[in-house]
Write a protein that binds this ligand. Structure first.
Ligand SMILES: Nc1ncnc2c1ncn2[C@@H]1O[C@H](COP(=O)(O)OP(=O)(O)OP(=O)(O)O)[C@@H](O)[C@H]1O
Ligand SMILES: [Mg+2]
Length: 249
């Protein structure tokens, strides 16, 4: 199976604190891999290193066989990695449609000279995919949290990514909206999208993921199938406080 992403011995230090320590794992083509771990485990920091927002202190990020460690975010995006943010960040005064157009104009195919009309129809298709067709003219700031998160997915997909990083698409949502988010990830999985996901909703991650990678205090403690990882003693004690896997943590 083709390796899309390889994280090699990644270490991140902020001043005296080591936030990620010698973390290694890979994501293969068409796989959904979820990073799990308690608050502060370093999940978002890992996303930030991959997407170029935070510099690694040691180690490498290999994408499609070549090192992209330290590349600036726009270059990482154009290479084919798109992300969403734990705290949704739509462009607040732009409509949902305009938010998606930003991804279409500045992403991987930024230099492609197809016209405004084809970009508009692609934006419409993406808004349809995430269930926001009716909100296409609504400014980002007026969307609900659930809608903002889905808009971020559409904007990320608009860049034509080979790898999608989703940081907590379900956090803070109602049970119905969590289910919608799970359905969206499953529909992307059906399309063969390769995804690295972070979420605290363990029933969501277990349902949509092929593999889980568990982090605790910046170190990888175990990786494997959702069943293996969620029942691993170190995961139970570090992440779940020695309880059985819960609905959400
Ligand atoms: N820019 C920064 N400077 C200093 N410390 C930081 C910075 N960003 C994150 N940290 C620290 O790094 C640790 C890991 O944070 P990170 O946001 O990666 O965790 P997380 O696993 O995503 O947690 P959560 O589940 O709460 O989102 C935390 O202790 C956090 O306070
Ligand atoms: Mg986080």
């Amino acid at each position: 199976m083709k390796r899309i992403l390889e994280i090699h011995h990644l270490t991140v230090r902020f001043g005296p604190r080591t936030i990620l320590k010698d973390v290694s794992f890979s994501v293969h083509e068409g796989e959904i891999v979820s990073l799990i771990g308690p608050n502060g485990a370093g999940k978002t920091t890992l996303f930030n290193v991959i997407s170029g927002l935070v510099q690694a202190s040691a180690g490498d990020v290999i994408f499609l066989g070549r090192p992209i460690t330290g590349w600036p975010p726009y270059k990482v995006c154009r290479a084919g990695i798109a992300r969403t943010f734990q705290i949704a960040r739509p462009f607040p005064d732009m409509s949902a449609e305009e938010n998606v157009l930003i991804g279409l104009w500045f992403g991987k195919n930024f230099a492609r000279s197809d016209g405004v009309l084809s970009k508009a129809s692609e934006a419409a298709a993406l808004l349809d995919l995430v269930g926001l067709h009716d909100k296409r003219h609504t400014p980002g700031k007026e969307l609900t949290l659930s809608e903002q998160r889905r808009l971020e997915v559409a904007r990320a997909l608009a860049t034509h990514p080979t790898l999608l990083l989703l940081d907590e698409i379900a956090a803070g949502l109602s049970p119905h909206a969590v289910n919608q988010a799970a359905q969206l990830v499953l529909s992307l999985r059906d399309r063969g999208m390769t995804i690295l996901l972070v979420d605290h909703f363990l029933n969501l991650t277990a349902r949509v993921s092929h593999r889980l990678v568990a982090l605790d205090q910046g170190e990888k403690i175990v990786e494997g199938s959702p069943q293996e990882v969620l029942h691993h003693p170190e995961v139970l004690s570090a992440y779940l406080g020695e309880r059985e896997p819960a609905e959400e943590v």
